[in-house]
Design a binder for this molecule. Structure first.
Ligand SMILES: [Zn+2]
Length: 118
């Protein structure tokens, strides 16, 4: 079973969450234009319009991933304030520093994450 976090580890993970949140917000702002609907009356050729639509779908998919991660980060920051940070949201066991260092926004312990993905 993973160990509880020390206060130094919590400080470090909070800093990592804040850095990651501003990075994600920047990426989401940068890609905001790319997810607007492709105008069908634009005087670009049929092929480049298909390119544009495909590009737009990729942008939308990656924005969704980024947005999900940002929500997890927000939830982790709330948990840092209110308590419960570093605890698995399914089984309440400590998630563990090693895992949180790699993914400070991780909502579940490895065991529960594995079980969910199966
Ligand atoms: Zn768990």
């Amino acid at each position: 079973m993973a160990e509880e976090l020390t206060s130094e580890q919590v400080v470090e993970l909070r800093a990592a969450l804040l850095v990651e949140r501003s990075r994600l917000e920047e990426l989401l702002n940068l890609s905001a234009d790319g997810s607007l609907p492709v105008k069908l009356d634009t005087s670009i050729g049929r092929l480049s319009r298909m390119d544009a639509i495909q590009q737009q779908e990729m942008t939308r998919a990656s924005r969704l991933t980024l947005d999900t991660k940002r929500r997890q980060i927000e939830a982790s920051l709330v948990a840092l304030e209110k308590g419960g940070f570093g605890e698995c949201r399914l089984c309440d066991e400590p998630i563990g520093y090693a895992r949180l260092k790699a993914r400070p926004e991780a909502p579940f312990c490895l065991r529960c994450q594995d079980a969910r993905e199966r």
